[in-house]
Design a protein around this ligand. Structure first.
Ligand SMILES: NC(=O)C1=CN([C@@H]2O[C@H](COP(=O)(O)OP(=O)(O)OC[C@H]3O[C@@H](n4cnc5c(N)ncnc54)[C@H](O)[C@@H]3O)[C@@H](O)[C@H]2O)C=CC1
Ligand SMILES: O=C(O)[C@@H]1CCC=N1
Length: 279
């Protein structure tokens, strides 16, 4: 656990909380973190009570004293947030952006100075130490900055360094990915109720099925299609079920979903650029 760094969060929503929950276990002491937010004082108090972090109303002051500034507001809110804190940003700080679709170049522009920016795309499984995070460095980010960001996100899961152009695809795949899995579980729970299984029994079985399948994927070198075939007895139940998924073009639906989420990431970045140009 590091003892030297102080970290300021701008934005105190679900992603900030997921990161705080993970980081305070191994990366830093809760008192090294200060959380700021727009308006919602009750939310700050809640995070303070739950994790022992500091909470502050004055974002500029929080940024002034931070080594690492984590941007955790929605992309549409970043221009306003950065306008408020930009005067306090120092060249030796590291700005870590979690924002979907927003490039490091845009963040540098909003910071109004040559500052190290690392763009990260974690996911909410950070809350249980299992995020799949990808990071990319901006123009002024050194290897050391990337290493610091890597260490930070490694406390909440696995980290991979990618070229920045890949981050839109990462966002559509693993940033949004937990939601796709939850959607599958929702569908399985509804189906279980329809076929008459008791809710708690179904929930336990579904959860263990998901965990078991994930562990199998991790433990074996086999392609998912091979693992699927191992479940599928000729003329059996799985074959009958999978045929229905094929009729509903399940794989096409997933591909279209990930393509659309990836495109949306680009749109979010472009919409912000348009808003900045018009302001
Ligand atoms: N939720 C997720 O699964 C993931 C989210 N992200 C990114 O993380 C960022 C945050 O997402 P969530 O936590 O889901 O959003 P959220 O809506 O839960 O939280 C955003 C927070 O920012 C605050 N905020 C808004 N304007 C502000 C301002 N001007 N100054 C300070 N704080 C301000 C809001 O009050 C809110 O507490 C987004 O940019 C998103 O793209 C990245 C990976 C995964
Ligand atoms: O839905 C979103 O825009 C954010 C980015 C990735 C996950 N949640």
């Amino acid at each position: 656990m590091t003892t030297t760094r102080s970290i300021a969060f701008i934005g105190a929503g679900s992603m900030a909380e997921a990161l705080i929950a993970g980081m305070t276990k191994t990366f830093c002491h809760p008192t090294q973190i200060v959380v700021t937010n727009r308006q919602n004082r009750a939310r700050l108090e809640e995070l303070k009570r739950t994790y022992g972090v500091h909470a502050a109303q004055d974002a500029q002051r929080a940024v002034q004293h931070a080594d690492i500034v984590i941007l955790a507001m929605k992309p549409k809110d970043v221009a306003e947030a950065m306008a408020a804190v930009a005067p306090a940003i120092r060249p030796n700080q590291l700005i870590l952006s979690l924002l979907a679709g927003v490039t490091t170049e845009t963040i540098e522009q909003l910071a109004r100075r040559d500052v190290a920016v690392v763009r990260a795309m974690p996911n909410t499984s950070a809350a249980v130490g299992l995020s799949a995070t990808a990071i990319a460095g901006g123009r002024f980010a050194s290897e050391q900055h990337l290493e610091t960001a890597k260490q930070l996100f490694e406390t909440v899961g696995i980290v991979t360094i990618v070229p920045e152009r890949d981050l839109h695809a990462v966002t559509g795949l693993s940033g949004s990915g937990p939601a796709y899995v939850y959607y599958l579980v929702e569908a399985m729970e509804k189906a279980a109720a329809d076929i008459g299984l008791e809710r708690d029994v179904a929930k336990t079985l579904i959860l263990q099925t998901i965990i078991g399948a994930a562990e199998m994927l991790k433990a074996s070198d086999k392609h998912p299609s091979v693992l699927r075939r191992e479940v599928t007895s000729p003329g059996g139940t799985t074959e009958a079920g999978i045929k229905v998924l094929e009729q509903y073009r399940f794989q096409e639906a997933i591909a279209a979903c990930i393509r659309r989420a990836t495109a949306r990431s680009e749109e979010l970045g472009n919409a912000l650029l348009t808003a900045i140009a018009e302001s």
